[in-house]
Write a protein that binds this ligand. Structure first.
Ligand code: BDR
Ligand code: CA
Length: 305
């Protein structure tokens, strides 16, 4: 069994990613840390609890960072709704969060060491805080799959930057500047895995119980995408692909690179290769540059039902 800890800002595609991870038979979802991102952390925490209830699995959830390391966050609700789930959340019975997500993350890295894969599909604040508190975890954890960034394509917030990186660029810079064994799953590959109106209709009309429960949020995401990117035939499965890469590493072709995150305002959050290769002997980040999209999509639909 592959042990996975997810770090999320649920978020509609985070919700799909959680449902997918919970449905993978060779994955043991050992816990989920939550943070702000597409909605405030209170929403992302409750959304995560709700999706786990939909998926009928019992997985611990912890609440983490409420803000970026040094910046403030404003929420538009444009792509994920004001509640993060396309305004479909409704009442949720979430347990009172007791431990901080950062402590839970460090504890689980200590417990499972190289057996553990972290899948981060949110701004990287929790991970950066964990590294600041316990820098030794960089050498302990098995792998960190990060949905974030773009190397060969344009961003989705500015022409340079992807959302999870630009929301907390200082955190992203710390994480990519560390020796964590990172697999970056950025827009270069996630824009090739699209959920279409036909797929969502199939979920709504004849999908599994889980698929039918996810369909209204997915429809919101699809509609928001259509408005923003009318030329695309669907909405990107960013976060589910990160889970896919954690579960099946050969889904993507990767290239080792030193990734640096721009902190200058004119290119804030841009992820580029540091051609000077400053600091480290060998790159510990592998950047996904190609994906077997058909294989991923087939597995994703098969598992969600
Ligand atoms: C990332 O930002 C959020 O909108 C998604 O959940 C994903 O993690 C894509 O840029
Ligand atoms: Ca996300």
């Amino acid at each position: 069994m592959q042990k996975i800890l997810m770090d999320v800002d649920t978020g509609i595609d985070d919700a799909l990613a959680i449902a997918y991870a919970a449905a993978l038979p060779h994955v043991e979802l050992i816990g989920i840390t939550t943070t702000y991102g597409m909605a405030p952390v209170d929403f992302s925490y409750r959304n995560t609890c709700k999706i786990l209830e939909y998926a009928e699995v019992d997985v611990p959830v912890w609440k983490g960072a409420e803000n970026p390391l040094t910046r403030t966050r404003a929420y538009s609700g444009r792509i994920h709704g004001t509640d993060g789930l396309g305004n479909t959340l409704g009442p949720v019975e979430a347990p009172v969060a007791t431990r901080h997500a950062v402590d839970a993350m460090i504890e689980h890295i200590y417990k499972y060491k190289s057996e553990l894969t972290i899948v981060a599909t949110a701004p990287l604040t929790n991970l950066a805080m964990a590294l600041a508190k316990a820098p030794e975890i960089a050498e302990m954890v098995g792998r960190v799959v990060i949905m974030g960034g773009a190397v060969m394509t344009v961003g989705n917030v500015t022409k340079f930057a992807e959302a999870n990186i630009i929301i907390d660029p200082e955190a992203a810079s710390l994480v990519f500047g560390s020796t964590l064994p990172i697999t970056m799953v950025g827009l270069d590959v996630t824009r090739k895995t699209l959920l279409t109106a036909r797929d969502v209709k199939r979920w709504r009309d004849g999908g599994s119980k889980l698929a039918q429960r996810l369909a209204p949020s997915a429809q919101f995401y699809l509609d928001a995408y259509k408005e923003l990117h009318p030329y695309l035939p669907g909405c990107a499965l960013h976060d589910p692909l990160a889970v896919g890469v954690a579960a099946y590493p050969d889904l993507v072709r990767t290239i080792p690179m030193f990734i640096q995150v721009d902190l200058e305002e004119d290119a804030l959050g841009r992820t580029t290769e540091d051609l000077n290769r400053t600091g480290k002997a060998e790159p510990t980040t592998r950047v996904s540059v190609q994906v077997d999209a058909d294989r991923f999509m087939n597995d994703f639909f098969h598992r969600i039902g």
